[in-house]
Design a protein around this ligand. Structure first.
Ligand code: ADP
Ligand code: MG
Length: 705
């Protein structure tokens, strides 16, 4: 039977031979396997190679499972009752080893007496100075012919303790898999057009699914892997791009048709430096978006210090030039304030009205601002994320810039889209570099711009790792830098579980530092999350003005703070920070012309992974390299902000390792949709069908389509 309209793979798992109600319940509960399809896509984590036949003389200690061919003799029963066992000797032309069985002795004895030659499979161990194999599998070469699948590679499946107790171990799962494949082999519908499978030299899905469990040989196994990864990645990209297409068609964008006076004057009169090539390129990309009549949804990635703010500024001026208002949001009050101050100062010659709004804006001032905003008197509004939550009404909002927020996900964007009939353009900026493959997947529905060039004249930050015993040396270095007129950050980790303990750390550090740097010769201060905003802001502004030489803090200064004269970043207990966080912190220095330093302090004994992180920091300043390293170290599921994203739940593809395939499938999906946006051509019928089935399940994403 080969009837594709019947969803045979959707059959409840209980109906599979060898399952039934009891095992069905275990499969559902322990593995989330509810249907034939679920089991079919429960892939082994590894295979044991039974294709190579070893000799007894090849056996080495600590080796794995192997296959041997030879004869078995000297059958002997020993022991009583529960200790009863059957022993025998196995020999080939190079040596002998002992075999022993404890269970199913009758069956084993019958089998052993039925033939002379055997192929055995098991793991040899050394016992009383002789090689011994417990419960070897006895393979009958003729068995191979009856089986629907190849038995040369034995699949190993993850199972749980509970499942094992209910006798569902890896072996049992593999037996069920044989039953399943026997049952469904001819009922696995192809997800891709046959032409495509042929042109791309992929295995047919059916063949791939059989071979991922029971490969005929190594080549088939790797081709099966490729085909299944291809399916996952290709359809993920199709889904994302389709979503993007829907949004683009649905949302007409404001048109910023011309570059006007404000943009030009800022460029000519206010900009104290030349834009880097990368900045210019990104500006062109943005201008093409906002001038084209469709709504922009762009993610701007650029390493710390690469100069994203000025891009935001130009984009907002472009809105102003075309009669629209603009707003910019930052994740913290400190950052928003800093933006406001800097931007107001930079734009002073242009006669624009720039205002600030946050949760802490006083009621009277707030009322005034809201009224002016509604009347269109305010050109640029800067604030915290309260801006989108609040009942803030603009007269004609043209663009929203979201700073330092790669976590500004689909849902929040949807909130903005719903704000008016013509939604504003959206520019999300982040300094947390997301590896390209991840960005393509996580933000596959966004356009991505990258500033991959730092402004000229920046000296690479020198990073060193020191232990507690080097403390005096570090203090001496700090003193030397302060004497040169520089300022220093000292950062302590924050562990949310025990904030008071963290503060103790910070306080102890403060006491120690003030001893080495006593007032009035030196001025030392600290900021942390428990302080009132006013106090924090006061201290920060004194640090910015150079009145404070050493600023101790918890991670509140992590993002965006810009004090060019600060040239030393000391990170205490650096082993406790994640890589991207360390890189963010380091980005607080190296913003001026002076040589900057990042000092990682840790205790001597740290975990291997912790050490790898610190080594990576010492080795490279490149945020993208760091991000890739992080991805490899932790896997995509753990990267900041990606945890909840169902988009990354791949069964077989690996964003860290399959970069080429991600890019390839992305381009392919793009080509197909450009040629046939509705997937209505006959040659794309299968893609459309597969996609429709998948998108039905995508409840998360239906919010925005
Ligand atoms: P980030 O990308 O981390 O937000 P900023 O926008 O804060 O970086 O820029 C960092 C510093 O570099 C700022 O002081 C900014 O004025 C300066 N800057 C930005 N672009 C350039 C450039 N093309 N040449 C020189 N300095 C620049
Ligand atoms: Mg910034």
């Amino acid at each position: 039977m080969n009837n594709e309209s019947v969803d045979y793979l959707g059959t409840p798992i209980e109906f599979l031979k060898g399952v039934g109600d009891k095992r069905g319940a275990v499969l559902r509960k322990e593995f989330g396997i509810n249907t034939f399809r679920d089991l079919l896509y429960y892939f082994p984590y590894r295979h044991i190679d039974k294709s190579h036949v070893y000799k007894v003389s090849d056996i080495v200690s600590d080796g794995g499972y192997i296959l041997l061919r030879g004869t078995i003799g000297n059958l002997r029963f020993a022991g009583q009752n529960r200790a009863r066992r059957l022993t025998a000797t196995f020999s080939d032309d190079t040596g002998t080893l002992d075999l022993v069985w404890f269970n199913g002795l009758k069956w084993v004895e019958d089998t052993l007496r039925s033939r002379h030659e055997f192929v055995i499979f098991g793991k040899p161990t050394l016992f009383n100075n002789r090689w011994n194999m417990t419960h070897p599998e006895l393979i009958d070469p003729s068995q191979q012919q009856d089986s629907p699948v190849s038995l040369r590679f034995q699949p190993l499946y993850n199972t749980s303790e509970t499942a094992k107790k209910k006798s569902l171990d890896s072996k049992a799962v593999s037996r069920l898999m044989v039953n399943l494949l026997t049952a469904v082999k001819d009922n696995i519908p192809e997800t891709l057009p046959l032409e495509m499978v042929k042109d791309l030299n992929l295995l047919p899905l059916r063949v791939a699914l059989v071979n991922i469990h029971f490969p005929e040989d190594n080549l088939k196994l790797s081709k099966a892997n490729l085909r299944l990864k291809f399916d996952e990645l290709f359809f993920t990209q199709m889904r994302l791009l389709k979503m993007k297409l829907i949004n683009t068609n649905k949302f007409k964008g404001h048109v910023f048709a011309h570059v006007g006076d404000k943009f030009n004057r800022f460029y000519r009169e206010c900009l104290p430096f030349d834009l880097t090539g990368a900045q210019k390129r990104v500006l062109r990309e943005i201008r093409a978006d906002v001038g084209g009549g469709r709504q922009m949804n762009r993610l701007l990635q650029g390493d710390v210090g690469s100069g994203k703010t000025v891009i935001a500024l130009f984009s907002m001026l472009l809105a102003n030039d075309n009669g629209f208002q603009a707003c910019m949001m930052a994740p913290t009050e400190i950052l928003a304030t800093q933006h406001f101050e800097k931007i107001s100062r930079q734009l002073a010659p242009l006669n624009l009205r720039v205002e600030f709004l946050s949760g802490s804006t006083k009621a009277a001032a707030r009322k005034k601002i809201l009224a002016a905003l509604k009347d269109g008197e305010i050109d640029i509004l800067i604030g915290t994320h309260a801006l989108i939550e609040d009942p803030v009404v603009f007269k004609n909002l043209g663009i929203v810039v979201i700073d330092e927020q790669h976590r500004f996900g689909v849902e929040q964007r949807a909130k903005l889209w719903r704000k008016s009939t013509t939604p504003p353009h959206i520019l999300v900026m982040t300094a947390t570099p997301i590896p390209r493959t991840l960005a393509m997947t996580l933000y596959g529905d966004l356009d991505v711009s990258v500033i991959d060039e730092l402004p000229k004249g920046r000296k690479p930050i020198i990073t060193r790792h020191f232990y507690e015993k080097d403390r005096l040396k570090v203090l001496g270095f700090m003193k030397q830098q302060i004497d040169l007129g520089r300022q220093i950050y000292v950062v302590y980790p924050l562990i949310q579980e025990s904030e008071s303990l963290d503060l103790l750390d910070l306080q102890a550090g403060f006491d120690a530092i003030t001893q080495s740097f006593p007032s009035p010769a030196y001025s030392v201060a600290m900021v942390h999350g428990k302080q009132k905003n006013e106090d924090k802001d006061f201290t920060m502004s004194r640090f910015k003005n150079g009145e404070i030489q050493i600023l101790l803090s918890t991670t509140v200064i992590e993002v965006g703070i810009d004090v060019p004269n600060a040239s030393v970043m000391v990170i205490e207990n650096a082993e406790r920070f994640g890589l991207s966080q360390l890189h963010q912190l380091r980005g607080r220095v190296g913003r001026g012309a002076e040589q900057s330093y990042c000092i990682l302090m840790s205790k001597y004994e740290i975990s291997t992974e912790g050490r790898k992180r610190l080594d990576a920091m010492v080795e490279t300043n490149d945020g993208f390299e760091i991000a890739n390293f992080d991805l490899r170290l932790r896997g995509p599921g753990d990267l900041q902000g990606t945890r909840q994203s169902g988009m990354l739940d791949f069964k077989i593809a690996d964003l860290a390792k399959d970069e080429k395939l991600v890019v390839y499938t992305r381009n392919l999906a793009q080509q197909i949709l450009e040629k046939d946006p509705g997937l209505s051509l006959p040659e794309h019928r299968r893609i459309a069908e597969t996609l429709a089935k998948q998108m039905q399940k995508d409840t998360d994403w239906s919010v925005i389509s």
